[in-house]
Design a protein around this ligand. Structure first.
Ligand code: BES
Ligand code: ZN
Length: 458
């Protein structure tokens, strides 16, 4: 029996097990879900044991546990791949907009709908199934494999960074493999060579010590909502230029060559518009859509809170207002430096009569991974053989905080080989994962591990 035969034969079982994984509400940001997050870590660890991984451990942290497994039986002269993924998921709000409850996975039209389906449980699980097939068919793996599956990616991986540094020897590898990114388009596999970073701030504005009658006090007492609107309006120009002094100091410009290669991808803007249901695309002048999405920084308000928002009208001058603001960053911006610059600027532009507090909630540094490593060539070959179509090299706009550390601490090149799609509603209601990519992903992963076994060590 071949690995492909095994995978084919066990398709239904793999789907049923994925549903079990998806049923666990491992929302990392909500303390109420901490027991579920822990249960999920144990579920992953148990599953890894059940497929025959010889060494599996759940490491507690100050936050959520890290699952680690290793297979070193291929011996010290064989290459080692470290797989990284996350078992935590984003919150489910707004819950009313889900067709099925987010933790009751449902298959419709060849897609499984559930929170975490594409980001990242489906993508993690396909690797576990690929390794299971290789172990079941051959009784062994042709290379050493380590798996690092964390529970805090969606909150900025605060405890993984120290773990990677502390366990540098344990995690030593020739290449890192991550499946937590989208493919270029349906049927078009891709490898991502750049991710944006993130700086995430919370702005709290305090005006009077209580809500006031807007007739009695409006005009003489500062309104924190107006003040916050004023602050937000000065962060970015109407055409999309970020106005924070020094914000662009470290931005690496897109070279002419990269501009041409990105143009050659022939990115489908109509499909993007259609996917998101917006009226037109906007953004920084003089840049193409892919450049705006992948290679230029942004600033977005993620949420606003304050004042009266109920039915009808209430004449009130609110005491408080709050905004969550995040910036996507590009090489060589550093999230700490950007957070500081934005905080300083906000304090400078704060209108009189209110107090402002700005907190740095979390962040990630942007990263570019090398495109000319043996690991990358193996990935291209595995994807092209499995999908029967050309593999594109793309960048992406999202962030994976730990990837930079694989380069700086482990000194290993990362391959970002994802099987999701951008329109699979990651972080949104009705998140889903195309089951055909789930199964093809398993084959591509198995082929990648096979090819890596005969790749020269770096
Ligand atoms: N899977 C995403 C990362 C991603 C999204 C890569 C889209 C490429 C395209 C990951 O789970 C994620 O959502 N990361 C967070 C990180 C943040 C909380 C530090 C993100 O990008 O918002
Ligand atoms: Zn995510």
């Amino acid at each position: 029996m071949t690995v492909a035969d095994y995978l084919q034969e066990h398709q239904d079982r793999a789907e049923a097990q994925l549903m079990e994984f998806l049923r666990i509400p491992s929302v990392s940001t909500d303390p109420a879900n901490a027991p579920d997050v822990e249960r999920c870590a144990n579920w992953v660890a148990d599953h890894l044991r059940s497929i025959g991984m010889p060494h599996v451990e759940v490491y507690p942290t100050k936050g959520h546990p890290i699952v680690y497994a290793e297979y070193l039986n291929a011996g010290p002269s064989a290459p080692t791949v470290l797989f990284y993924g996350h078992y935590d998921v984003q919150p489910v709000d707004p819950i009313d907009l889900w067709t099925n409850p987010p933790f009751e996975p449902t298959v419709r039209d060849g897609k499984v709908y559930a929170r975490g389906a594409t980001d990242d449980k489906g993508q993690v699980f396909l690797h576990i199934k690929a390794l299971e097939a290789m172990l079941a068919v051959h009784g062994k793996l042709p290379l050493n494999v380590k798996l690092l599956i964390e529970g805090e990616e969606e909150i900025g991986s605060p405890n993984l960074a120290p773990f990677v540094s502390e366990k540098k020897k344990m995690l030593a590898c020739d290449a890192v493999l991550v499946s937590d990114t989208p493919m270029f388009a349906p049927g078009m596999p891709s490898l991502v060579y750049g991710l944006r970073g993130l700086a995430y701030l919370q702005i709290d504005v305090q005006g009077p010590d209580r809500d006031l009658h807007s007739g009695s006090y409006g005009g003489a007492v500062a309104n924190p909502l107006n003040a916050l609107a004023h602050i937000i309006a000065q962060l970015k120009s109407p055409t999309g230029t970020i106005l924070v002094p020094g914000f662009f100091d470290d931005v690496l410009d897109i070279t002419h060559d990269e501009h041409i290669t990105l143009m050659d991808l022939d990115y489908d803007e109509d499909r993007l518009l259609n996917d998101v249901g917006a009226t037109e695309l906007v953004g920084e002048e003089n840049y193409t859509t892919v450049e705006r999405l992948w290679a230029r920084p942004t600033l977005d308000v993620n949420g606003l809170l304050g004042g009266f928002t109920g039915e009808g009208a209430k004449t009130v001058l609110p005491a408080r207002a709050m905004a969550k603001v995040s910036m996507r960053l590009v090489p060589h911006q550093k999230h700490g430096d950007i957070a500081q610059k934005v905080m300083d600027y906000i304090l400078q532009i704060t209108p009189p009569g209110v107090k402002v507090k700005v907190q740095d909630l979390h962040g990630a540094d942007p990263v570019l991974v090398p495109r000319d490593t043996p690991a990358m060539f193996a990935a291209v070959q595995a994807l092209e053989e499995t999908f029967g179509s050309k593999c594109r090299l793309t960048r992406e706009g999202g962030s994976i905080p730990v990837v930079l550390l694989f380069d700086t601490v482990l000194k290993a090149p990362t391959v970002l080989m994802g099987f999701g799609l951008n329109n699979e509603n990651a972080h949104s209601p009705d998140e889903h994962f195309d089951l055909s990519n789930f199964h093809r992903g398993m084959k591509a992963a198995a082929r990648y591990y096979e090819l890596m076994a005969s790749t020269p060590r770096t």
